[in-house]
Design a protein around this ligand. Structure first.
Ligand code: CA
Ligand code: CA
Ligand code: CA
Length: 290
């Protein structure tokens, strides 16, 4: 997704990897490992019709045949053998919503008494595989299988572009200072206020850290790296600090530097950590380290 309205510096990390360790990017739970092995994307971006992996492996027939089962949002069910998800309300409602009529059939009549016995607090789902309770949108079935409780949307990675606030029956996305919430109520884009510095990309590459314009022109090296490249990079805008992880064969090193107006690095130093950083794939806020 390209962001046309950007004003402040963008921080950008890219897990550039030593070629001898192609398996070193480990994705978090709830993330999909692109087949190039260099990128992780949220599982919710799989098979959504938009390529998000650099190699588009999130949209191939092979991936979607395996993954489509888990792709339906809350209170939706997959029409068997297709990518289509329909709301539970559309099961046994007398109208054919799945192309093959999977959502309708004699089971709708036969399972009525089983549904009645469940005593669901909100509603009962009848599928060809059986019955179960469901809740209003924004709620999920509790442990007893019949009651309803708030669904914590924020627990799902990628629910909001930046800040997620769970609310009873819903959730709210918001953006940090300098960013503005988009009409989809999920995404944040940097604001372009008059007098703001031009937007740039900071990229940690195999042998150097570079800065470029958003369209890739004006590429300018900021720092050469003497050892095996950058695994991760982050930029702290308000203090003009850059931190990056350098990989070596046996360990990793977290380094930070000041970079006034992104014209080069000063006061570069190593931050000592207890942890091995060898397999680190991202650096987040540096605030506690300064
Ligand atoms: Ca996608
Ligand atoms: Ca139907
Ligand atoms: Ca909620």
């Amino acid at each position: 997704m390209f962001t046309p309205i950007i004003s402040c510096y963008i921080f950008f990390f890219h897990p550039f990897l030593p070629l001898s360790h192609p398996e070193s990017v480990l994705c978090d739970v709830g993330e999909f490992h692109c087949h190039t092995k260099e990128t992780c994307i949220p599982e919710s971006w799989l098979c959504d019709g938009e390529p998000d992996c650099p190699d588009a492996s999130d949209e191939t027939d092979q991936t979607c045949a395996q993954e489509v089962v888990i792709r339906c949002p809350l209170n939706h069910i997959q029409c068997i053998g297709t990518k289509k998800c329909i709301h539970f309300n559309k099961l046994c409602n007398g109208a054919r919503d799945c192309d093959d009529g999977y959502d309708e059939g004699v089971h709708c009549r036969e399972l009525l008494s089983a549904c009645h016995e469940l005593r669901c607090r909100y509603g009962c789902v009848m599928t060809r595989n059986g019955t179960f309770c469901f809740c209003a949108d924004g709620f999920e079935v509790g442990e007893d299988g019949t009651s309803c409780r708030d669904h914590d949307e924020c627990a799902m990675y990628g629910a909001c572009s930046q800040t997620c606030t769970n609310t009873y029956g819903s959730y709210r996305c918001s953006c940090t200072q300098g960013y503005i919430l988009q009409p989809d109520r999920i995404s944040c884009k940097a604001k372009q206020d008059p007098g703001d510095p031009r937007p740039v990309l900071l990229i940690g590459g195999p042998d150097r850290i570079v800065i470029t314009d958003l369209n890739g022109t004006g590429l300018q090296p900021l720092r050469s790296l003497s050892v095996n490249g950058t695994l991760a990079l982050d930029f702290q805008h308000n203090q003009e600090h850059v931190c990056w992880v350098l990989s070596t064969e046996s360990s990793g090193q977290l380094r930070c530097a000041e970079t006034r107006s992104l014209r080069g690095f000063t006061r570069e130093r190593e931050i000592r950590t207890q942890q091995s950083l060898q397999r680190m794939s991202s650096v987040r806020s540096c605030e506690n380290l300064m």
